[in-house]
Ligand binder design. Structure first.
Ligand SMILES: [Zn+2]
Length: 241
C-alpha cells in the first residue's frame, strides 16, 4: 500500500477557487481504481493549509493517480502551491491479500452508503470469489446480517454445500463472536481481517475459541490494509456524531 500524508498551502487569493475545485477532485480520486482512501480537509491548526491523507493499493495505482491529476482542473489550479508530503510504500509490491481486502473495503463502503456500519467481507475458494457481503442488520431487519454471514451464505449456496473447506474469508474488521461461530461451522481454512475491533472482536481482541472444545481451527491473519479499514470505521462514527 502506498500512503501519502502532508499539507498543501493555499494562497489567500486562490482559496475560493480551491474550495470549489476540491469537491470534484475528491470525488474523481475516490472513484479511481486502486484508490483506498482519499481525504483533503482544512487543517485544524492552520487555516491557510489543507491536510492531505491518501492511500493507494500499490505503486501502479499511485502513479496512475498522479498522472491523471497532473492534467486535471485541480492539478492545473494548484500546481504552484507549496506542498509538504511524505510518501511511503512505493517499493512494496501489492500482495494477493491486499487486492482481495481492497474488494472487501469497497463492500464496506456499500454498507456505509446505506447507513450501516462499514464492514465488508468476501469468501474465496480456489482463487475465485464465491461469496461477498456487507453489513446490513438494520436495513435487513436481521441481527445476523453481518458482512461475514452474508458472504458465507452466498458462498454456501454457490457451492451447494453447508461447509466450505479450503475457503478463505476476508473481512475488513475483526469478526464478532457470532461470526467466529459461523466460520467454525463453515469449516473455513483461513480468516484474514483488516483492523481489530477492541470491543466486539472475538479472534484476537477477545479470543473466544482458545478454550473451546471445537475440533476445527482456522489460520488467522490480521492487519491487511489495517489503517484504511480502521479509518472507515472511525470516519463513519465521527460523521454520525
Ligand atoms: Zn459479526
Amino acid at each position: 500500500m502506498v500512503t501519502l500524508e502532508g499539507k498543501i498551502y493555499v494562497p489567500q487569493a486562490q482559496r475560493e477557487a480551491t474550495e470549489a475545485a476540491l469537491v470534484e477532485h475528491v470525488a474523481l480520486t475516490r472513484a479511481e481504481a486502486g484508490c483506498l482512501s482519499f481525504d483533503v480537509v482544512p487543517d485544524s491548526a492552520d487555516p491557510e493549509c489543507l491536510s492531505v491523507r491518501e492511500a493507494f493499493l500499490g505503486p501502479e495505482a499511485f502513479a496512475a493517480h498522479q498522472s491523471r491529476v497532473a492534467y486535471s482542473a485541480w492539478g492545473t489550479l494548484t500546481k504552484d502551491f507549496e506542498r509538504q508530503y511524505e510518501i511511503s510504500g512505493l517499493d512494496e509490491p501489492v500482495t494477493k491479500d491486499e487486492i482481495l481486502m481492497a474488494k472487501a473495503l469497497a463492500l464496506a463502503d456499500a454498507a456505509s452508503e446505506v447507513g450501516e456500519v462499514p464492514v465488508g467481507a468476501l469468501v474465496v475458494l480456489d482463487g475465485q470469489i464465491v461469496g461477498h457481503g456487507f453489513n446490513q442488520p438494520i436495513t435487513g431487519c436481521d441481527p445476523t446480517a453481518h458482512a461475514e454471514i452474508v458472504a458465507l451464505r452466498q458462498a454456501a449456496q454457490v457451492q451447494a454445500n453447508y461447509r466450505l473447506p479450503g475457503a478463505v474469508l476476508y473481512v475488513t474488521i475483526e469478526p464478532c463472536l457470532m461470526c467466529v461461530g459461523a466460520l467454525i461451522h463453515a469449516r473455513v481454512a483461513r480468516v484474514v481481517f483488516g483492523a481489530r475491533e477492541p470491543k466486539a472482536g472475538a479472534l484476537i481482541s477477545h479470543p473466544s475459541v482458545v478454550d473451546h472444545p471445537s475440533n476445527h481451527r482456522f489460520e488467522i491473519a490480521e492487519g491487511v490494509l489495517r489503517d484504511v479499514c480502521g479509518q472507515r470505521m472511525s470516519r463513519f462514527f465521527s460523521n454520525r456524531r
